[in-house]
Design a protein around this ligand. Structure first.
Ligand SMILES: Cc1cc2nc3c(=O)[nH]c(=O)nc-3n(C[C@H](O)[C@H](O)[C@H](O)COP(=O)(O)OP(=O)(O)OC[C@H]3O[C@@H](n4cnc5c(N)ncnc54)[C@H](O)[C@@H]3O)c2cc1C
Length: 467
């Protein structure tokens, strides 16, 4: 879309907010800086300043904002809860449509379904569902919004037993198009828009105002086991996990953490923390799930730290939140079937890891097959790294380290997950998160539904940097 700032009069900016139930601030408003600072989930300031920030309070606000943007040639970006690591909702042009105040939740216990608006967080949905004995595979951080999480795919709690990627539990969506039209999309009505919403992520070309979700029975018993292993044993550990083929109701995650004892330089001073979470009907079932893996991998490889610890969604959220501790961060990931090769690459990069807080993580996904959707990446291991540090002065060294690690990991990747892809570094390579077919279909749908580029594309210009 052509930029037409010059055609916007001060009157245009003054009149537009009056048509809203919510509020709007232009770059020139004294409150803009405060609004801008609050947009990112942990308060990190990005040096990207949209012309206008709109805090929508109704669907009508979404329609008005899109109409205003289209008329004036202002490209639109959308914010759910602002948890994008790259702050990809923040662009230097156009209108930012903030949906975080739209937080309605409706639950139909009989149908085991829920309807949620885009600002609803993981914690809010889980608490509401638990009152009806239900659950949903939300993200692992309690405050992470459902909106961007679901639209990018969603690697959720107990994801392997609950539909694979969480987006496959989205039965329908309500949305507003680039023309300002309010539509419903499900398997029968506008099916190509539901197809795109299941994984299209930051490259979408419409605004989702409501998700219709299929939910699951709340597990009767959740337990967590934690083990430690030597970093040098990680390849063998991965091989054992692959052989064991863990039950889908057992979530298996390996974090590469610093050793408190620093006496083993040949181990790169790292060790592996294996965490398994069982989602079961009863304590006996949970013990059986845990034992099915631990008995096959133990044999001197792992040392139990905590076994059969009672857990719940809140504990999982606290564990997730505790992983991200710094003020500044970047993340990148691959999906791969070549876990051992990926670990060899990581081992070569660990000695130069600039920040001790940085956390590499491996999650077992196993073999998976999906119904046709934009989400189309595969790989039995999800291998992400959360680079984190505190000082602006350390930005460049951390950025460079993560980039060189994932440039090399790309050689063993079968895909990547768009929501944890380093969009600040490589938004121009977002196609790597999709099969060739899905990517070209997404591009074709974008041209069809948003021919004039009302919505910002996934490509980001971060040349202005960020703070
Ligand atoms: C602490 C933390 C924990 C996380 N844990 C997990 C996890 O366990 N599993 C996982 O898979 N991911 C996880 N993530 C990543 C998360 O999935 C993404 O950051 C996701 O974008 C968050 O959703 P959001 O609504 O906050 O998105 P936002 O940051 O608000 O938006 C990101 C982009 O999504 C698009 N978007 C958002 N809402 C809409 C909408 N309603 N209509 C159209 N487009 C929209 C826009 O293009 C926007 O730029 C985590 C992130 C953080 C910071």
């Amino acid at each position: 879309m052509q930029s037409h700032y010059q055609t916007l009069s001060a009157d245009d900016f003054r009149i537009f907010p009056r048509s809203l139930d919510g509020k709007a601030r232009s770059r020139h408003h004294p409150e803009y800086a405060g609004w801008h600072r609050d947009l990112s989930w942990n308060g990190r300031g990005f040096d990207r300043y949209p012309e206008y920030i709109v805090r929508a309070e109704s669907i009508a606000d979404v329609v008005h904002s899109i109409d205003f943007a289209r008329r004036h040639g202002l490209p639109v970006s959308v914010r759910g809860s602002g948890h994008s690591y790259a702050g990809c909702f923040l662009r230097n042009t156009g209108i930012l449509l903030d949906l975080s105040a739209l937080r309605d939740i409706q639950i139909d216990p009989g149908r085991r379904s829920a309807q949620v608006q885009p600002g609803v967080s993981s914690r809010q949905l889980s608490a509401a569902l638990a009152r009806h004995g239900l659950a949903f595979p939300t993200g692992h951080g309690g405050e992470v919004g459902l909106s961007g999480f679901l639209l990018g795919g969603g690697l959720g709690i107990n994801f392997r037993a609950w539909g694979g990627m969480s987006t496959f539990n989205v039965r329908a969506i309500d949305l507003v198009t680039a023309d300002g039209e309010v539509l419903h999309a499900d398997a029968h009505e506008n099916p190509e828009l539901l197809w795109a919403a299941r994984g299209g992520g930051p490259g979408l070309f419409f605004v989702v105002t409501r998700f219709h979700l299929d939910c699951w029975p709340l597990p009767g018993c959740i337990t967590s086991n934690t083990y430690l292993a030597k970093f040098s044993d990680l390849p063998r550990l991965l091989a054992r996990i692959e052989q064991a083929q863990p039950d889908p109701s057992l979530q298996v995650m390996l974090a590469i953490v610093r050793q408190s004892d620093d006496r083993a330089p040949e181990e790169c001073s790292r060790q592996v923390m294996l965490n398994t979470i069982a989602f079961a009907d009863s304590p006996a079932h949970a013990r059986a799930l845990q034992a099915s893996l631990s008995e096959q991998v133990s044999a001197g490889l792992i040392r139990a730290v905590e076994v059969d610890q009672p857990s719940d969604f809140e504990s999982i959220y606290r564990q997730g939140d505790a992983m991200l501790v710094s003020r500044r961060y970047r993340t990148d990931n691959i999906l791969t079937d070549r876990g051992e090769d990926a670990v060899a690459i990581l081992a070569a990069h660990l000695p130069s890891q600039p920040s001790p807080a940085t956390l590499p993580l491996l999650i077992w996904r196993g073999a998976s097959s999906w119904s046709d959707a934009a989400w189309s990446a595969s790989g039995r291991w999800f291998f992400s790294t959360y680079a984190q540090w505190n000082e602006v002065a350390d930005d460049e060294v951390n950025r460079g380290w993560l980039k060189s690690l994932y440039d090399e990991l790309a050689t063993v990747a079968s895909g990547s997950y768009i929501n944890e892809f380093d969009l600040e570094e490589r938004s121009g390579s977002a196609h790597r998160c999709y099969s060739a077919e899905s990517w070209s279909r997404l591009r074709r749908l974008r041209r069809q539904y948003d021919p004039h580029g009302v919505f910002h594309d996934v490509s980001m210009d971060v040349s202005a940097g960020d703070r």
